[in-house]
Structure formats: C-alpha cells, structure tokens
Design a protein around this ligand. Structure first.
Ligand code: ZN
Length: 171
C-alpha cells in the first residue's frame, strides 16, 4: 500500500492495483473510495487506520486493477514536483519523465502543451526588486536599440526565456 500525490495536489491511496481518494475520517479509521466511482460508477472502497495502515477492502470494484493508471498518476506528479523544485524547462522535464515511462503510460499522457501548462503554474514568482541595485539584467537585455525591428527581436528573446517579470526603463 502506498499513498501518492495526485497532479491536483490531493492524496491517493494505491492498493493492489486500485486507486482511492479519501472520503471520510472517523475516530479510528479512514474511508477511501475508488477514483473510478464517477467514470464507471464503481462502488469499490477500503478502510485504513488514521496512519494509512491496515487496509481492509470494503465493497468490490466493477473493473480490473491497473498498475498503469497508478504509474501515470505518479509520472504526472513527478513532472509537477520537478517544475516546482528546479529551474529545468518544462519541455526538458516533459521529455525526461516521458522517456522513463512504459509505453502504456506514455499512451495515456496528455499532449505536451497541456503538461507544460500545468508545470508553468508551479513556478514560484521571482522576488520583487527592492532597489535598482537588485535589478540584474543579462547583458543581452541591456542593449539599447534605435530601430523598431531590433527592439522587437530583443523582446522576443526575453519572452523565449520565460521571464516572469519585465523592467522597463525609460529616459
Ligand atoms: Zn473501482
């Protein structure tokens, strides 16, 4: 038995190929219900201790167990976590996580764009500069230009680096 984090941040209990989300907590036990209760009207349930131990199956499932779904959920969360904890580009994270997935898990993955959008939401905003001394711009962004076309090129390069904030200095 294992408790994993879902892409949306909730906890999912994995046991014998089935996944459950927490339903209710009583004094000594927790009730978990199958994640497919909506999609397949499954009534599968399980109870555990408050420490997520002593799994006791309740109602049976109306579908087969699937390790693939569990691996998929783990992969999606791995992407999200890596996006939050590192400065790796979402495209790099996506490529790296997908390359380690089995074919069946890869087949379940949403399009790369969808995964990358989820990852971008995980990025912490950079600190707000308190003074001009805190503002450090890469040399390429300090170039002043006189023609509109090269100004646009500089803006374009800034956007491609996925900057979160822009400082516009005028004289
Ligand atoms: Zn079920």
């Amino acid at each position: 038995m294992e408790v994993i984090k879902s892409n949306k941040g909730g906890s999912k209990l994995c046991y014998q190929g089935y996944m459950y989300t927490k339903h209710t907590t009583r004094k000594t036990v927790q009730w978990w219900k199958c994640v497919k209760r909506s999609s397949t009207a499954c009534k599968g349930s399980i109870t555990t201790s408050l420490q997520n131990e002593n799994p006791t199956p309740g109602q049976p499932h109306n579908h087969d167990p699937s390790d693939i779904s569990i691996k998929y959920t783990k992969s999606r969360y791995a992407m999200k976590e890596q996006a939050a904890l590192t400065r790796d580009k979402p495209s790099q994270i996506f490529a790296q996580v997908v390359s380690t997935c089995e074919d069946d898990v890869q087949a379940m993955m949403p399009r790369e764009e969808n995964c990358k959008r989820t990852m971008r939401y995980q990025r912490p905003a950079p600190p707000v500069p308190q003074s001009f001394a805190d503002v450090t711009l890469p040399a390429e962004f300090t170039i002043t230009t006189k023609t509109n076309s090269s100004y646009c090129m500089t803006m374009d390069r800034m956007l491609r680096t996925e900057c979160w904030s822009f400082v516009v200095l005028t004289v």
